[in-house]
Design a protein. Structure first.
Length: 165
């Protein structure tokens, strides 16, 4: 056996042995429960030290800076049924569900409030925020794309405009 072949086999054996030793140790404690906030929650998004929870009655803001003791710090009641999804970026929460698409100002977590809404004829079930765009999946109604300040960029069915409140 050549010297290069011997070195290659030793390196492979060492790498495999290290992986075999490291992986089980990592998996044993994963996942580990750090905390719990009771109550029915239908959706969640996290930004910084806050979790934004969708519930049957609205949006709840929870301080999760101490994961062992999460606590509710703010709430806004919303009409239209349970929240299906929440996305958060830049101090605003974007909320979809059985009611209208709603934009909630969460820059002061203890005092969230609605700043806009857009009525969609069928419920939206998913929302995502990226690069200044808010994108909704609205079942048979297709895809809706808004800019972050609420202006509709693409509307497959030309619904009513965003009502800024």
């Amino acid at each position: 056996m050549s010297r290069q072949g011997f070195i290659a086999r030793v390196v492979v054996v060492v790498v495999v042995t290290l992986c075999d030793l490291a992986l089980p140790a990592l998996a044993q404690d994963c996942p580990e429960l750090l905390g719990h906030l009771p109550g029915p929650v239908t959706a969640v998004a996290v930004e910084g030290d806050y979790a934004y929870l969708g519930t049957a009655s609205g949006l709840v803001v929870a301080d999760i800076s101490d994961p062992s003791a999460p606590r509710v710090v703010g709430e806004v009641v919303m009409l239209g049924g349970p929240i299906a999804d929440v996305a958060v970026e830049g101090g605003y929460a974007y909320v979809v569900g059985d009611g209208p698409f709603q934009v909630i100002d969460v820059r002061v977590p203890s005092a969230p409030f609605e700043v806009g809404a857009y009525e969609i004829s069928l419920a939206a079930r998913s929302v995502a925020v990226s690069d200044g765009r808010v994108v909704l999946a609205a079942e048979e109604n297709g895809l809706y794309i808004f800019d972050e300040c609420g202006s509709l960029l693409v509307d497959p069915h030309a619904g009513p405009p965003l009502a800024v409140r």
